[in-house]
Every structure is written in structure tokens, then in C-alpha cells.
Ligand binder design. Structure first.
Ligand code: SF4
Length: 559
């Protein structure tokens, strides 16, 4: 089976020490990316660790495909304990850093400990440098990136950094790379902030040699010649469909269709797009550099999720206002989904939906933890009672934009996902809208027979995150192509994905998560039976925990 190459580098930012460890057995079993990082996190982070404590680690990792020139591979993984959910959480960012990371020669870089002073950590194939940067205290993402460009001659594509939100431990702070790409969900930026790490850089000339089968060229050609609408509108191409079927959360999840959708849909985003945008090596190029000259707003995105969180969910019907919120979140380093949903909750409590001046002011206050921003920075699960609003979260993570009340299988997926109400761990919505071929489509209503599908899609998405292959390769990366690329039977590859999901769940079980956390803030027909079926499919206990015997100390024999 194809897998990433290179040792693990552990960087103790408190002791200023580094250790290289061979982890070949982990790489051979888990391929790379999320899988390898999950196994290492399981083995190295104490089950009772504080997400903000020195004992928590942040793992950056790539897969074997980050040494290739294939489309859909310009992404990399970050894994840590989330200060938002309290569980193990992996987040995946696009952009251009994955190749520069691979050039260091490491498969995984772990940051642990806590620095006494604000530092930038420079990782190269020749060593690690710890640079005190007191002057970057409170610096935004563009300011930090510019400093590193000017001082070290490293482009934004070498940099992962946090903004003021990360320094202020906003529980949904992101780690930003290439300025506008985010390891967004779950607050991993706040973990770096707690470690006093303002930025990390990756550079070198030691990219491992991985033999990538020639089938990569077929994928690349198909990506280049495709006329998919995502090339024009990115993920926002789904906005009208979501609204039409009643799956577009609106006014803090109180409605499912937005009367102002025409002001924020894919057409409006497409009109603001001013150049092609992509990730490294990707000919599909679905990214969205957008600009509004009249108001002087320039950003990348918004993606569909942000169109929901800062658009329909805040009752905002002007795409430029959403672009501005997007730009603010990127500048301060915050997840646009959670931040938008948090602001929507605040607007609901104040009866101020659609007040764009208040929205933008609130985003700034959250990043700086000023006034009510201090409470909002804790996330909906922690503040909803103070504000008197409903708790639209699962396991502490707020909902993504494909509503499970209409797309019921996606709802089940939100309930069971290890990182909470996030859409990327199954993308069940794609089968329920549907965005896939009609013969593969699922009736969105009801949960009968959906649990096996959720299991299969969770495993398939985890496999992609090990590879690492982008979610939007759906129409291009067939099972046969996975087999050809990774030199293994597809069922064997899905089993790797399954082991990753199980290990995340096992870790979280040790932190107290069980069936009582696999819940939704709304009723779905036959939900408890579907949960039973989901656990049975995975051979887990009825209380949603993983039997101890499933998890081995030896990664090579992990079930
Ligand atoms: S499909 Fe889009 S998000 Fe995925 S790697 Fe290509 S440009 Fe990046």
C-alpha cells in the first residue's frame, strides 16, 4: 500500500528541543495525513489533557500524494485536541503549504509544550529555529505573513500562522496558511495561541521520493478538461439547490429557506470572482478570489458554508457584506462557519438580524475578546444559556450548511461525527440533494438503511484525508483509481479509513464521549434505531463506545 515517507519531528516549543522518531509502522498502517496524525495523537496526547495545556500537541501531516503533481492534492492535515469540542479533531486546509511541508522531509511535525514568549518556529530539513517575535503580539494574519516574507524571504505558501483570535484563545480560532486558507474547524488556532506560537514555517529541499503510479495523469487530465460549475462558482454553486429543497439554515436555524438568496448565491459570487484560484498542483481550480471595487472589499471566497453562516443565517442578502465578514475572519484568524453561526446566535438574542454594521463590529469584538465578544468567543455550546438561544451544536461544534432536518442522512451523520456537526466527515448531503449520479442518489427523507451508507462515507472521507485527496475529487477519484494509485484493494483502503474513525472515537470515549453525545437538537424519524444500526455496523457497543479489544497498542495490528 502506498504511504507517506519520512520521520516524525517532535518540536518542544517550551524546552526548545527537537526529536526525530522513525514511525514507519504507523505510516505503513495509516497511509498518511489524518490517519497517521490520529494514531500519533492517540499514542502521545494524554487522554485527560487540557486542550490549552503544554501536554496537548498539534500535529501537521501530509500524505503520499503531496509528493505528486496530481490535481486534488494541494491539501494537508492538522490534528489536535479541540478547545471547542474537547475531543480529538482533525482539520484540513488547501493552499500551497503541503509541498513546502513535504520538502522538509518529515511525514509529520508535532508541536508540544508551551513557550514562555511569543515565537515563530522555522522548520527546515537542516534544523529548527525558534524566533522570539514580541512585536507580532496582536498582529493580524496578513501582518504576520508580511513580516515573515520581509524578514525571511519566505512566501505566504510556507507559513501557517494565527491572528489575534488565536492569541486570545477564541475557541474557534483557525490556523491560516497562504493567508486565506484555513485549518478552520474546532479552534486549532487557539491551541497554537496557548502554546505562544504565532506562526510556523516549513521549507527545505528533501521531499521524499514516493513512486506515484501513472494513473495520476488520468485524474489530472480529467480535472483540467472538466467543465464543472465549481470551476466558476466553487462550493457556492449549491446555494440555490439547498434553498430550493429547504436545506439552507436561515435566521439562526429558525428557517430553512432564505427569501434573499438571490443576493448571495453562486451567481453573485461568480460575478465578484476576478481571477482563477487554486491549490498547489490542482487543475480543477475551484477557489474564489473575489473583489468589489466600489466598496474596496477583496477576499477569497466566501465558500457556500460562509454564504450560509454570515448570509442566510444572519439574514444578510448582499454578497459584498458576506465577503467583508469572510475577509475579517481571515484577517483575525477565525473559522468562518462557527464565527458566522455565533454572530447569528447573537443577532437572534438581540433581534437584530440583517444588521451588517453590528455583524462586522461583533466579529472584531470576538477576535479581541472585547465586551460581549469575550462571551461569544467561547462558542455557542458554552454561551447559549446566557443569551437565551437554542444550542445549535453537536459535541460543541455548530452546524454546517446542509440542514439535516431536510437531508436526514446528513442529520444522522452530524449526530455521529467524531468532530461534531460538521459536513466534511461524510458529505452525505451529496447523495441526498443529489449531487451524484441519479442511480446513486438517496431519498433525503427518512433514516431507513442510511446507517451503512454513513459508515461507508465516513470511511471513504477518512481515506481521502489519509491520502491526502480533496473532497471535491468526488467525480474523478473512482474506487478503481484509488486502487491504482494506492496499490491496494478498495475494501482494504476503506478499512484504513474505518480504523481512523474508530481510533478518534476511542480516544474521545476515554474523554467521556458516548451515545449521549450523538444527539441532535431536533427529532428525526427512527433516529434511535438508526444509531443502533450505526453502532452495530461498526461493531461498537450500544452506548456508542469502542470495545477496548478493537484498539491495539501496536499500530501495525490495530483493528
Ligand atoms: S478541488 Fe478546489 S479545494 Fe480541492 S485541491 Fe483543487 S482547488 Fe483546492
Amino acid at each position: 500500500m502506498l504511504h507517506v515517507e519520512g520521520p516524525l519531528l517532535t518540536v518542544d516549543v517550551g524546552a526548545h528541543e527537537t526529536v526525530e522518531t522513525s514511525v514507519d509502522d504507523v505510516l505503513e498502517t495509516f497511509i498518511g495525513g489524518r490517519g497517521v496524525a490520529t494514531r500519533l495523537a492517540h499514542d502521545r496526547i494524554p487522554f485527560d489533557a487540557d486542550p490549552f495545556g503544554a501536554e496537548n500537541s498539534v500535529f501537521f501531516s501530509t500524505g503520499p500524494m503531496q509528493t505528486s503533481n496530481m490535481s486534488f492534492t494541494g491539501r494537508m492535515n492538522c490534528t489536535s485536541l479541540s478547545p471547542l469540542t474537547g475531543g480529538l479533531l482533525s482539520s484540513n486546509a488547501g493552499g500551497f503549504m503541503s509541498r513546502n511541508f513535504a520538502d522538509t522531509g518529515y511525514s509529520v511535525v508535532e508541536f508540544t509544550g508551551t513557550s514562555d514568549e511569543l515565537v515563530v518556529v522555522h522548520v527546515t530539513d537542516e534544523g529548527v529555529e525558534f524566533e522570539p517575535v514580541p512585536d507580532l503580539d496582536g498582529a493580524t494574519v496578513p501582518e504576520t505573513t508580511t513580516y515573515i516574507e520581509d524578514t525571511h524571504g519566505l512566501s505566504a505558501e510556507h507559513v501557517a500562522c494565527i491572528g489575534p483570535a488565536g492569541e486570545n484563545r477564541v475557541r474557534f480560532a483557525s490556523i491560516m496558511t497562504t493567508e486565506s486558507r484555513a485549518f478552520g474547524r474546532g479552534g486549532l488556532g487557539a491551541v497554537l495561541g496557548a502554546k505562544n506560537v504565532k506562526a510556523v514555517t516549513f521549507a527545505g529541499d528533501s521531499r521524499p521520493q514516493v513512486e506515484i503510479p501513472p494513473i495520476q495523469m488520468d485524474v489530472h487530465r480529467d480535472a483540467a478538461t472538466s467543465d464543472h460549475i465549481m470551476k466558476e462558482q466553487g462550493t457556492t454553486s449549491v446555494t440555490d439547490l439547498a434553498n430550493e429543497v429547504g436545506a439552507l439554515p436561515t435566521r439562526y436555524f429558525s428557517e430553512l429557506q432564505f427569501e434573499g438568496v438571490n443576493g448571495i448565491n453562486g451567481d453573485r459570487v461568480g460575478e465578484k470572482k476576478y481571477k482563477r484560484g487554486t491549490c498547489s498542483a490542482c487543475a480543477f481550480a475551484c477557489k474564489l478570489p473575489t473583489r468589489d471595487e466600489e466598496r474596496g472589499v477583496e477576499t477569497e471566497g466566501p465558500e457556500y458554508e460562509t454564504v450560509m453562516s454570515f448570509g442566510s443565517n444572519c439574514a444578510v442578502d448582499d454578497i459584498v457584506d458576506v465577503m467583508q465578514s469572510n475577509e475579517l475572519c481571515d484577517r483575525y484568524g477565525m473559522d468562518t462557519i462557527t464565527c458566522g453561526n455565533v454572530v447569528a446566535a447573537y443577532l437572534a438574542s438581540e433581534d437584530e438580524f440583517g444588521n451588517t454594521a453590528l455583524i462586522h463590529e461583533t466579529v472584531e469584538k470576538i477576535a479581541k475578546r472585547e465586551d460581549e465578544g469575550d462571551l461569544l468567543a467561547e462558542g455557542i455550546d458554552r454561551f447559549h444559556e446566557d443569551l437565551g438561544v437554542d444550542n445549535w451544536t453537536v459535541k460543541g461544534l455548530d452546524f454546517a450548511a446542509h440542514d439535516g432536518r431536510t437531508l436526514n442522512g446528513q442529520g444522522l451523520s452530524y449526530a455521529v461525527a467524531n468532530r461534531g456537526a460538521d459536513h466534511m466527515f461524510t458529505t452525505m448531503y451529496a447523495w441526498e440533494y443529489p449531487l451524484v449520479a441519479q442511480e446513486e442518489a438517496l431519498n433525503p427523507t427518512g433514516l431507513k438503511g442510511k446507517a451503512p451508507h454513513v459508515v461507508k462515507q465516513e470511511n471513504a472521507r477518512a481515506l481521502e484525508d489519509c491520502g491526502i485527496v480533496c473532497r471535491f475529487s468526488r467525480s474523478f477519484m473512482t474506487p478503481e483509481r484509488f486502487e491504482g494509485l494506492f496499490d491496494a484493494d478498495y475494501d482494504e483502503l476503506l478499512a484504513v479509513g474505518s480504523t481512523v474513525v474508530e481510533l478518534e472515537r476511542y480516544f474521545n470515549n476515554q474523554r467521556g464521549f458516548d451515545r449521549t453525545d450523538d444527539t441532535l437538537p431536533y427529532d428525526l424519524p427512527d433516529f434511535e434505531a438508526a444509531l443502533d444500526d450505526y453502532y452495530a455496523q461498526r461493531d461498537w457497543n450500544e452506548d456508542g463506545t469502542v470495545p477496548n479489544e478493537h484498539v491495539s497498542d501496536d499500530p501495525a495490528t490495530a483493528d
